[in-house]
Every structure is written in C-alpha cells, then in structure tokens.
Design a protein around this ligand. Structure first.
Ligand code: TNX
Length: 535
C-alpha cells in the first residue's frame, strides 16, 4: 500500500529517519577518511597545559590533525635535520604510524610540519622560537637548532596523550592552532646530579636527561667527585677510579664512568641541546681522591683518608701547599675538559672546613688559573667568591647571599641555587620516603611559589645567569628514588627559569602540572604524587 501522508510517515515509520541519518553519516565519514578537514574549533591553544608557560600564545580556534599523512620538512642548516629526526622518532614511538622526514620523491602530504631557520626573529636568544599552527601546517622557526629543539618540546607537549579526533576514520591527533612566541627568561637552567654519594649509570642519567629536555632545561651539572667516591676515569691517574670509585654511601659498590661513557653522555645531552658541566669538588670533599693518592692529603690538618660511606662533610682536604698537587690537577682538568665541549668547569669549593682560609683562597685562585688555561670558565659554590676571581668566573649561590651579592657587585654572574627553595634532596614533608631536611621541607608549592628574580635583595637581575636545582644523592640509590625527589619539583624549577615572573601563578601552574600526569605515566616516571596537586 502506498500513499502515506507525510505526518503518518514520521509517526508510523520513524526508523526511516535513523536509516537516512546513518547513511549520510557513513558517507560523511568516508569523505573525511580520504581528505580529513578540521574546520571547527576543537581546542584552545591558550588553554594547552604547557610547561614552561610560553611568553606569548595567540589561539586561532582550529586544529592541526597529526596523522599518518603528515610529513616533516627541515632546513639543511646545521642541526635542524637532527631536531626533525628526534621529533619523528618521538612521534613514531608514541603513535601508531611513522612520519617521513624530507622525503626524496613527491609525496601526497596534505599536512606538513616545517622546521625553518630564520634570522629575522625579533627575539635574540639562541633558544627563542616561533610556532605557527594552522589546520594543515605547523611552522617552527628559530635562529638556531637549539631554538628549534626548544620549540620542538612545545610541539611535543601539544600532541595529546590520548587520540582526540571525533569523526576521522584515519586516526588523528589534534593540535590546537595559533601562534606561540617564546624565549627564556634566564640563559642558564640546570639540574645538578650528585653521582658521587651514589653512582648513577649512563642509562639512568640518559633517562633523567630525556625528561629534563622535555621541560626545556639546558644544563646538567654532574657532581663527579666527593669523599665517598671518584666517578670519572682519569688515564694519567688510574688509582682515582681503581681505588676511589669502589664505594658509595651506605657501603654498596660504587662505580665510575669510563672516558667513553662520559663522551656518550655528553653526546646524548648535546643531541638534546643540554650542556654537561663536570665538577671536581676541591680542596675539601676529597677523601676518595686522597685515599687513592695519599700524597695529596693535607696530613695533620684533615682526617686521614679511609673508605668513607657515611654522610659527614668538612673533614677532608687536599694539601694545597704542595706544588705537585697543581701538576696533578692540571692533568685531571686537562683530561676532563678535553671530553667536555661546554664552556664551564666546576671546581666545587664548598665546605672546605679542613683547609685554612689563606690556603683555601690561594688554592681557588691557582685552580681557576688552570681551568682558564684550558679555555674554560670556572664555576664554584659560593665560598669561592672569597678569592680574587676573574669576571668570567660564575658563583653558585647556595647558602650565603651576602657573598653572592658581593661577587655580583664585582661583575661576576651568579647561579641561584638557594638550598631552602631549590634543593631537590630536601624532603617534601616529614613523611617523605627519601631526602634530608637540614634546609627545611620543600613542598611542591614552596618549590614553585617564589621569585628567583628578587630572592637576594639588591642583586641586579642582569647578574643572574640562571637557576640550578641540585640533587645530592646521600639518600637516593636508584632511579626510582631519584625520580621521587626530582619530580614534580624539577618541573616547577624549569618554569621558574624559563617563564617571566608576570606570567607565573601557582593556581594556574598547579592545573598545568596535574595535566602532566599522562606524560609522566607513559614514561613510567615515579614522581611524588603531591597532595598539593589534583592529579
Ligand atoms: C651541602 S650544598 C653540600 C653537599 C651535601 C648537601 C646535602 C653544598 C655545596 N654542599 O655536600 O651533599 O649539603 O644537602
């Protein structure tokens, strides 16, 4: 029977509507599959939980669909291809497809990511970058490969951890569109890892480096020597590791980096545009060296060297009055600086309580001279500012603001590492599984909610080279414990170093930090799940 009136059709046979709607949906999806287009607002770039927060974000309300049809193109300028390759690797490690980079043949590339060297960026820092995302292109521009690498981290953070497309059959990961202009507030943003109190393997340090790079750190300072162990092979003085590397805090077996290992770490860091700064701590904190070569021990002034696996400080010293000591140090510094492309060598200089002040000052000046003769600049803990130093020397403030201020007034640059705010080895609270508490407890909020710019009153901001978060390792023996103390606090310090004061707000930061959880989980990082954060 035919001749339904319209009304009765709708009343009697409503399922026809479903059939029609479903058919058109299938057709629509089929079109989307061949030529996906996202022309509706899906996300807002200004709400992306980026850390560190960029300088300027302008959303445009659409999205770029990252999918199997995306292609990366890079300029041939030195280093850009490598940055593109790291991006491609990280995409293929996370997503179910590989994307080609600079394909030789013509390819059907409806969506492209382009890494472009650009001399006309208005921001002058080598780490500055501009990111422009439209619905079919991502353009990352920077003066240098370093800038491109930092921008690439922003891009990685914009790739959602969960697939967030709706219609597309071809899986897509939607990145919010818009423009980001970004440049760091401080040129030096570092973490220190103490591999002397407990040794950490090349593999463990690499894993740590990977996370630091994601949050735009550019420096890893390795505290290579201390009373409990000497951790780097020195060919001309083999006993330093044959004897000095055998122990660590608690009595377990220590370890050391061969020169090949160290080169491997330096290269791995360099690929991530992170500079490694080696530290040989002296004239105190030298029990392991003095145990290996007792002729350099300050007999009668410092405690007799023996295997030390305790956590005491301030009892050891080189014999700073012995001429042969400086020949020894020249050779040690020569070997280490040869392996280190970065501009700095850290001479320690802290807590030399067993060295008379006059001898200490004389020693620091002589060692600075040796380091400078290898065409490296000196960095040392704030005590070194008692000596007469060249203006290229950098003072790392940890406990004495007066001396740091004096050094700055003399024209020296200062790295801020105030123990009360930025020591990663301090406990979060009394319940912390690891850590010390001599400088107090540092919660995730305490770690973030302060201003390095004004921490030392009257210190001109121009004299601040940057920020470094030291992780002393007396209480941590493995990567799990390391990650517990370092994360999430080191994520906050990354922002303190990169993002200017006016853009930092705890309430906004804590939401962005909570949004790091899927990334941290994916990388299996054993962070401390702070109750300050709604994870
Ligand atoms: C002080 S900070 C030290 C280190 C310890 C640390 C423990 C500094 C320059 N020296 O020798 O490992 O405290 O928090």
């Amino acid at each position: 029977m035919i001749g339904y009136d319209t009304l009765s059709f709708f009343k009697v046979k409503p399922y026809w509507i479903y059939v029609l709607v479903s058919l058109s949906m299938i057709l629509l999806t089929a079109c989307t599959e061949t030529q996906p287009r996202i022309n509706y607002p899906v996300t807002d770039l200004s709400k992306a939980p980026l850390i560190p927060k960029p300088l300027q974000v302008t959303p445009t309300g659409t999205a770029f669909g990252l999918d199997a049809k995306t292609v990366i193109f890079t300029d041939s300028t030195v280093g850009f291809l490598e940055v593109g390759q790291l991006l491609a690797n990280s995409i293929s490690a996370r997503l179910p497809f590989k994307i080609p980079i600079n394909p030789k043949q013509e390819v059907d590339a409806p969506r492209t990511i382009r890494l472009q060297q650009c001399d006309t960026l208005p921001m002058t820092s080598p780490e500055a970058y501009r990111l422009n995302i439209t619905n079919n292109t991502v353009l990352l521009q920077a003066r240098t490969a370093e800038g491109a690498f930092r921008g690439m981290q922003t891009l990685k953070q914009l790739i959602p951890e969960q697939r967030n497309d709706t219609l597309a059959k071809l899986p897509m990961w939607l990145l919010p569109s818009g423009t980001i202009r970004d440049t760091p507030n401080f040129p030096y943003r570092g973490v220190m890892l103490d591999v002397a109190r407990h040794f950490f393997s090349v593999e463990e340090v690499k894993q740590f480096l990977e996370v630091l790079a994601y949050y735009k750190y550019n420096t890893l300072h390795l505290h290579l020597t201390d009373d409990q162990g000497w951790r780097i092979q020195i060919a001309s003085w083999p006993k330093l590791t044959q004897i000095g590397a055998r122990t660590e805090v608690g009595g377990s077996m220590g370890g050391f980096y061969t020169q090949e290992d160290f080169k491997e770490l330096v290269a791995y860091a360099a690929e991530r545009h992170i500079v490694i700064i080696p530290e040989v701590d002296m004239p105190g904190h030298t029990n392991a060296a003095n145990l290996s070569y007792p002729i350099f021990h300050a007999k009668g002034r410092a405690e007799t060297p023996r295997v030390r696996t305790d956590m005491k400080v301030g009892y050891s010293s080189f014999d700073t009055r012995k001429d042969t000591l400086y020949q020894f140090l020249d050779e040690v510094i020569e070997e280490i600086t040869t392996l280190t492309p970065g501009p700095y060598f850290h001479i320690g200089g802290d807590e030399s309580m067993a060295t008379p002040k006059k001898d200490y000052i004389n020693f620091i000046e002589k060692v600075t001279h040796i380091v400078n003769s290898k065409e490296k600049y000196v960095i040392g803990w704030n005590e070194i500012a008692q000596a007469d130093l060249p203006s290229t020397a950098v003072v790392q403030f940890w406990n004495d603001p007066k001396i740091a201020l004096k050094a700055a007034q003399k024209g020296l640059k200062v790295i801020l590492s105030p123990a009360k705010k930025i020591y990663l080895d301090m406990k979060y609270d009394s319940l912390s599984k690891h850590g010390l508490d001599w400088a107090g407890h540092i919660t995730v909020k305490d770690a973030y909610d302060w201003d390095p710019e004004t921490y030392i009153p009257n210190l001109p901001e121009a004299q601040i080279l940057g920020l470094e978060a030291p992780l002393w390792s007396e209480t941590i023996a493995d990567l799990t414990a390391l990650e517990y103390l370092a994360f999430p606090r080191a994520i906050g310090y990354a922002e303190l170093g990169w993002t200017p004061k006016e853009l930092r707000h705890w309430e906004d930061y804590r939401l962005r930090l909570a949004a790091q959880k899927p990334y941290l989980k994916r990388r299996n990082i054993q962070y401390y799940p702070s109750p300050n954060i709604d994870w």
